[in-house]
Design a protein around this ligand. Structure first.
Ligand code: ATP
Length: 194
């Protein structure tokens, strides 16, 4: 089995997330890509939308990718979640699998400070999706890890920007799927900007 892990707040899940998932599945011939929304307790700088909403939006956003598996374990876990714990739990489910860990370029720059980063990089092949950040080389600081790059175009979008647009009732220009957008409106999410 070839399995992938793609974590994030997914608040909300947008087109860049979808492109990364699609490219991950295609490029690495994945049997399953675990998409893991972070737990509510994780972000300290702002409060995330409730995990159940982020899970529901992820189910809608990736519904057309049969290999995408929306995994609730971090949302259900009490307290902060670390990727190493999640990967260990998933590995226990599939002890024979080869693992790939997909992260954006911004996360790659911070990867050296992740909990047990060196071990994480041994357990899974790290694959990075480039993110617009002019003048900065792709690297995982302070870590002797081999990084592969996902062949996706650089997509200039972030959930932060989309939340701001939604709060001002501005167009999100097809960066959100119509199902996700409908869910957001139905549940009155992102009415004010954090
Ligand atoms: P926020 O703006 O709220 O921080 P985000 O758009 O960065 O959100 P996350 O849910 O935090 O989205 O991202 C999940 C993963 O997807 C992370 O590894 C992140 O680096 C990656 N990612 C998100 N958007 C992009 C993008 N436009 N290009 C490449 N990687 C991305």
């Amino acid at each position: 089995m070839r399995l992938g892990l793609f974590g994030g707040a997914f608040d909300p899940p947008h087109l860049a997330h979808h492109r990364i998932a699609q490219a991950a599945i295609d490029t690495y011939a994945l049997d399953r890509l675990y998409i893991v929304p972070t737990g509510d307790a994780w972000h300290k700088s702002r409060s995330l939308s409730p995990g159940q909403h982020r899970l529901a939006m992820a189910r809608l956003a990736f519904a057309d990718l049969p290999q995408a598996w929306i995994e609730p374990m971090e949302v259900e876990r009490v307290g902060p979640s670390y990727t190493i714990d999640t990967l260990r739990a998933l590995q226990a489910r599939h002890p024979q699998a080869t693992w790939y860990l997909f992260i954006g370029g911004d996360q790659a720059r911070a990867f050296g400070s992740w909990r047990d980063a060196a071990q994480l990089a041994q357990m899974a092949q790290l694959v990075v999706a480039q993110r617009p950040q002019p003048g900065e080389e792709l690297s995982c600081h302070n870590l002797p890890v081999t990084v592969q790059t996902l062949p996706t175009p650089v997509l200039p979008v972030s959930a932060t920007e989309l939340r701001a647009h939604l709060a001002r009732q501005m167009s999100t220009q097809n960066w959100l799927s119509s199902d996700v957008l409908q869910y957001i409106h139905q549940h009155h999410l992102y009415r004010s900007h954090d």
